[in-house]
Write a protein that binds this ligand. Structure first.
Ligand code: FAD
Ligand code: EPU
Length: 345
């Protein structure tokens, strides 16, 4: 079904009140191909969306937004693991609950992350010590230029911190249509983060991990149904040992996480917080009071308000710490995705 000049406010969790030329919904591969080809015939740009929880609309989008609603969860089982084949349009948190209810643990640390299953591998979603790469077996995508289906193994996805091949080689003209997950029967709880550390490894249940994660998230992160936001606005910066050492010399308490390549990951939220920016506002946009890495729409923020605020945050952190933050959120301009760092520079 197609509609003209449609508002997208309900389709992005930042609740930016702009429009797209058209909006279409795909429930299966054939509908997806048909919508794509029809838009191409009209020389229109195409934007695939799941739940719009990692995008910032900075303009009216002149093309067709395609909502991926390819659903279905198929479970196969062998001696060692459950293998889930999941349609890209399934809601991620519902999948976490589905697995938990059927006693297939392994996803509980990733509870309450908004978005659809098809988007999860794109930035290799992660939280509380687990990333989707730890449970991903394969990703199915379609080359929209010729309709060919491709299956990439987990290794071929080249997962990194908030990164994968779907942000690079397979970014344009490819649609993820399903994700294969593998959940080991030999469940090992991941209890390395925050309040999870207080749980007893010997007796803890997947449900307790799930509840603890949900409670930590509800404490810190704004609910997009109430306050527009897209989660962490910036990625945590991974910097050279020299830059980290300089910061740690003056702030020994700064959170920092050494990486396997010798570089150090810093906490962007801490850096922003040190600039005293919690609650700082620009137009209808603000830095979240409880988590400085989250920018919020206070009700009537425009894409420009969020961009201006993000620019201020980025410049403040660079001035104080010599670290340039990069957005995690994908910026959508009139013709499609634009370079977010370029927009903020
Ligand atoms: P969308 O925003 O709809 O799309 C994201 C990008 O993927 C866009 O560029 C889009 O064009 C592209 N895309 C979407 N679907 C497809 C497809 N089928 N094929 C090809 N390309 C596609 N992220 C984390 O990693 N960890 C967290 O803890 C976390 N917490 C969050 C908390 C809140 C409150 C919010 C609002 C967001 C949070 N996020 C987190 C970010 C977000 O939840 C994830 O990035 C999520 O995977 C986005 O899913 P989506 O379906 O909404 O993607
Ligand atoms: N901190 C502050 N002040 C703040 C925010 C954070 O001092 O305002 C400090 C915290 O005290 C902590 C450190 O910074 O020592 C890290 O903060 P937190 O544990 O809240 O996690 P984060 O690094 O800010 C990352 C992910 C989140 C994910 C959480 C939990 C990124 C960009 N963000 O946030 O993912 O949920 O860890 O694992 O990696 C998202 O990607 O959208 C997202 C929400």
């Amino acid at each position: 079904m197609m509609m003209d000049g449609m508002p997208v406010k309900q389709l992005n969790t930042f609740a930016i009140d702009t429009t797209a030329q058209q909006i279409a919904t795909a429930h299966n591969d054939d509908e997806l191909m048909a919508i794509w080809q029809s838009a191409k015939k009209r020389s229109q740009a195409i934007l695939l969306l799941g739940s719009g929880s990692n995008v910032l609309f900075i303009d009216h989008f002149t093309g067709t937004v395609v909502l991926n609603r390819i659903n279905g969860i198929d479970v196969q089982e062998d001696k060692e693991a459950w293998h889930l084949h999941v349609g890209a349009g399934e809601d991620w948190h519902n999948l976490v609950c589905f697995a938990l209810e059927r006693e297939m643990p392994g996803l509980e640390n990733l509870a309450l992350i908004p978005g659809r299953v098809g988007s999860a591998p794109i930035q290799n979603i992660g939280a509380y010590g687990v990333e989707v790469k730890t449970v991903c077996e394969y990703v199915d995508l379609i080359d929209m230029n010729n309709g060919k289906k491709i299956r990439l193994s987990k290794d071929e996805c080249r997962f990194g911190y908030r990164d994968s091949i779907f942000k690079h080689h397979y970014r344009d003209s490819y649609a993820i249509v399903a994700v294969g997950l593998i959940l080991a029967k030999n469940w090992q709880p991941v209890l390395s983060y925050g309040d999870l550390r207080h749980l007893d490894r010997e007796t803890v249940t997947p449900r307790q991990v799930f509840d603890t994660v949900c409670s930590m998230r509800r404490d810190k992160l704004p609910d997009p149904n109430i306050t527009g936001n897209a989660g962490s606005f910036f990625k945590n910066p991974v910097v050279g040992a020299d830059i980290a050492a300089d910061i740690l010399l003056h702030h020994p308490q700064a959170p920092h996480y050494p990486q396997s390549d010798g570089r150090i990951k810093l906490a962007a939220g801490w850096l922003i917080d040190q600039c005293n920016l919690k609650g700082y506002r620009h137009g209808g946009a603000a830095v979240h009071e409880k988590q400085a890495l989250v920018l919020v729409n206070q009700g009537h923020a425009t894409g420009d308000d969020i961009v201006a605020l993000a620019r201020h945050v980025r410049q403040s952190v660079a001035q104080r710490f010599n670290v340039w933050l990069e957005p995690e959120v994908r910026f959508i301009g009139a013709d499609g995705e634009v370079d977010a760092v370029g927009v903020l520079s």
